[in-house]
Design a protein around this ligand. Structure first.
Ligand code: ZN
Length: 268
């Protein structure tokens, strides 16, 4: 059972995945007091001998509603995606969940936490105004209960974790790894939390390259996300891009893309 991974410390340490070691090293080298910094992790698909036109579409279901237009577009066009859902979203959107469950051939559902709390540990710390976790016990609960909800809802246990706001501090990164989950970063932010207008989303998707991991949102049906993504993704299909899910691939950290701004923001 994945949930017992945290207790099986010694065996986990022997088989620490390389990407986890790189993440920890990346943070450790930032500066003295690295545990105070947060980073936005940027990833791309690990290279394979197959097509270099592979890309991954990841959709966050934070809290809020179900964007049926977006999911229906993906089903109609047979575009696979990885959905990062919280327990909160699953509980509030039974219809959306039923559509996803009817298409598990297309959608891989992964862990976005129990209550959409950022994976940043420390009393009083916030990311984009959202309070983080007071201590590591709360982080563990967020990760484990999020995973349990997904397994109960879909019958498939998640292996990837993406924290709310996609920002992490070192202690959180280490703990998520110890619990047995791989952290899913991204390389193209398509809709900036479902706040971008249609044309801006299309523009961002025009710049997608092979190996990119796209992040967008499927929890704000009133936003322009479905419309912008429909046009942008159709364009990518025409260019010959092939969409893969995170349960089919490994990701590679792009270390040079550590977000210096978020470090500064956190220093204040
Ligand atoms: Zn989210």
């Amino acid at each position: 059972m994945k949930q017992s991974g945290y207790f099986a410390d010694e065996s986990f340490n022997k088989m620490k995945p390389l990407r986890y070691v790189i993440l920890v090293m990346m943070l450790a080298t930032l500066s003295v007091g690295a545990e105070q910094h947060t980073v936005e992790i940027h990833d791309q698909l690990a290279p394979q001998t197959q097509s270099n036109l592979r890309v991954a579409l990841t959709l966050d279901a934070c809290s809020g509603k179900y964007d049926g237009d977006l999911i229906n577009f993906l089903i109609l066009n047979q575009i696979p995606a990885t959905i990062f859902a919280t327990k909160k979203w699953l509980d509030k959107n039974p219809f959306g969940l039923s559509v996803i469950k009817a298409h598990l051939d297309l959608f891989d559902v992964e862990d976005h936490g129990e209550n959409h709390i950022p994976a940043v540990i420390g009393a009083g710390r916030k990311v984009y105004g959202i309070p983080g976790e007071p201590d590591v016990i709360h982080l563990r609960r967020e990760v484990i209960e999020g995973a349990r909800a997904i397994e109960e809802a879909t019958g498939v246990a998640p292996h990837w974790y993406r924290g709310a706001t996609a920002e992490y501090n070192q202690q959180a990164i280490e703990e998520i790894g110890r619990l047995g989950y791989k952290i899913a970063g991204f390389s193209v932010n398509a809709d900036t939390g479902a706040t971008l207008k249609k044309v801006a989303i299309e523009q961002r998707l025009k710049h997608v390259k092979g190996g990119d991991v796209i992040i967008a949102h499927m929890n704000r049906p009133a936003s322009d996300s479905a419309e912008g993504l429909s046009v942008g993704l159709t364009h990518l299909l025409k260019k010959g891009f092939v969409f893969v899910r995170l349960d089919q691939v490994e990701l590679m950290v792009i270390p040079e893309k550590i977000d210096k701004k978020s470090q500064r923001r956190d220093d204040r």
